[in-house]
Design a protein. Structure first.
Length: 138
């Protein structure tokens, strides 16, 4: 009877340990995904700030590479695009958007995991940047 009780008790303890490990693994994966998304977003904003600081009349292809102290590597590209290649609703002449359009793509990687952030932005003649569309994917 004592042996059966010990076997039952050890089964409960083993189940608890397995459940705790699964919870910790899911938490680590979630934390890793969040840090990659945050790195991609920070790199995109940094590239927007640096690219806009140049103040060039035509925004050519620009790439910004960065590595965080945590080991996360990011690569962000800014690409100027003509109004004709924008989505149809933004091509209409009655849409009150003036300025320069460009796309932002930021990718962060660490090990085998990566995150991607993409955006469509417009730099107004006043120097302000307006985000027209933004997409993040883990």
């Amino acid at each position: 009877m004592v042996i059966l009780l010990l076997a039952l008790l050890s089964g409960v303890v083993l189940q608890t340990q397995i459940s705790a490990r699964m919870t910790l693994r899911a938490g680590d994966e979630s934390q890793s995904r969040l840090s990659l998304r945050a790195a991609a977003l920070d790199a995109a904003w940094g590239a927007l700030h640096n690219g806009m600081k140049a103040g060039s009349a035509q925004l050519e292809y620009q790439a910004f590479d960065n590595q965080l102290p945590s080991g996360v590597k990011t690569r962000t590209t800014l690409q100027g695009i003509p109004r004709e290649s924008l989505p149809r609703p933004l091509q209409r002449p009655d849409v009150p958007m003036f300025g320069q359009f460009f796309s932002v793509t930021s990718k962060s990687t660490t090990g085998t995991r990566s995150a991607l952030a993409r955006g469509l932005c417009c730099r107004l003649p006043t120097g302000d940047v307006r985000i027209l569309a933004w997409l993040e994917s883990p």
